[in-house]
Ligand binder design. Structure first.
Ligand code: PMT
Length: 404
């Protein structure tokens, strides 16, 4: 028996038509031994390489390969919602192109379009197909859409040629999946404060000033930190996003002042604080008790400064506390981010800029750069917010270890 580190995790494997499909048989076995619940879907041509029955037997779940079946016409939506992770292995050039174009002519592609979980592809093809500009273009498009590409191996290929294009080995994929879905409980026993979402600053009973934050980044962080053992206090502005881990206590707030109060209350007992909220820097000097009436061609509002939550708590930071903030900039912004890191006494600042497609507000993806107090810089490609949260958690684990 394996060590069941993936117990309760739902993994959907998508198999497309390549000789490398036989390796997915081994991966299925490894994942099941690790306690994961595995379901397999295949493209029609994959079934020419490995029988669906092989996958059904090993995964202990029926293998699906039909887009239309009388009893299960809607199963692509269910599968897309069911999975914690969708790994397409092997991913052929044909499947990559179908995904990049948003085609929907087989079950695997339909599930891809319905999936709300992170999607990974482990490509497998001949070296010339892999280096062809069309494949490079499709791969770049998928990465921009938030799909994670697992590195291809370099070596002997089924064609007899040698070079890049080999599918990742099952053991290496298992390690990646384990690292992503079953991280070590490094924050066990630690309390963590996270601010997230927007704030609303009321003008009158019907209007307010706010911003585009959806709360997705902060909520992904809350779930990720809780999965690694932390007791998370999520101070969340008005947002639709909600955490799903039971280790997260959500403290709903509306305005920056309320967010400040809630964060300041839990901060002293927290080992880590992450400021992911998009806090309004200013609020109306007064909030009208009745609806402000339309009058004249213009209206001037007087705004007063809101508390800077990260800076105020940074000023009260104890030696063993580790603080991380975000910097939202409209251009490259590393210089601005460094200034914020210093001014707010943060250990880490995560820069995201609105110039990068798929980064920042509202999206399920983000493209970030880490800047640390010890002057290190790490730049990342576009990833899902869940994956960004995992990278931030990894960095925080190192910072906590290094803290006195
Ligand atoms: O919520 P999503 O739609 O998923 O979008 C995510 C995000 C873009 C909101 C997030 O990734 C992000 O960048 N959050 C910080 C946004 C921001 O206000 O950045 P800033 O550069 O203005 O602020 C710098 C830091 O100070 C941030 O950690 C911020 O939380 C904090 N701050 C700022 C002002 C203030 N009054 N109080 C604060 O605590």
């Amino acid at each position: 028996m394996g060590n069941t580190s993936l117990a309760g995790r739902k993994i959907l494997l998508g198999v497309s038509g390549s000789i490398a499909a036989y390796k997915t048989v081994f991966l299925t076995r490894l994942l099941v031994r690790e306690g994961a619940e595995v379901r397999v879907i295949m493209t029609p041509s994959a079934a020419a390489f490995v029988s669906p029955l092989t996958f059904s037997t090993l995964s202990r779940n029926p293998t699906r390969h039909e887009l239309m079946s009388e009893s299960e016409w809607h199963n692509h939506v269910e599968l897309g919602l069911w999975a914690d992770l969708f790994v397409i292995v092997p991913a052929t050039a044909h499947t990559l192109s179908g995904m990049a174009e948003g085609r929907c002519d087989n079950l695997l592609l339909a599930v891809y379009l319905s999936a709300r979980c992170p999607v990974w592809v482990a490509p497998a093809m001949d070296l010339d197909m892999w280096s062809h500009p069309a494949t490079r273009r499709n791969m770049a498009r998928l990465v921009a859409d938030g799909v994670r590409q697992i590195d291809v191996g370099d070596g002997e290929l089924a064609s007899g040629l040698s070079g890049p294009g080999r599918v990742a080995e099952p053991e290496a994929l298992l390690e990646e999946i384990r690292h992503f879905l079953a991280p070590a409980p490094v924050f066990e026993g630690m309390e963590v404060l996270i601010t997230a979402g927007p704030t609303r600053e009321a003008l009158d009973p019907v209007r307010f000033l706010t911003n585009h934050s959806s709360g997705k980044m902060g909520v992904a962080l809350a779930d990720e930190m809780a999965r690694r053992g932390a007791r998370v206090h999520l101070v969340l502005g008005p947002a639709a996003a909600a955490p799903c881990h039971p280790g997260v206590e959500t403290i709903p707030v509306v305005s920056a002042t309320e967010m400040m109060e809630a964060a300041a209350t839990v901060f002293p007992r927290c080992r880590i604080a992450i400021f992911a909220a998009a806090v309004a820097d200013y609020r109306p000097a007064t909030t009208a008790t009745g609806k402000i009436k339309k009058q004249g061609d213009s209206l001037s509002l007087e705004l007063v400064k809101n508390p800077d939550i990260a800076a105020s708590l940074g000023a009260r930071k104890q030696k063993d506390q580790v603080l991380a903030g975000f910097a939202l900039e409209t251009d490259a912004g590393e210089e601005e981010a460094r200034k914020k890191l210093k001014a707010k006494r943060l250990d880490l600042i995560v820069l995201n800029t609105l110039q990068d497609a798929g980064a920042g507000f509202g999206t399920d993806t983000n493209k970030v750069t880490f800047l640390t107090a010890d002057n290190k810089t790490r730049r990342f490609g576009l990833k899902s917010k869940k994956e960004v949260a995992a990278d931030i958690a990894d960095e925080l684990a190192c910072l906590v270890q290094a803290a006195p």
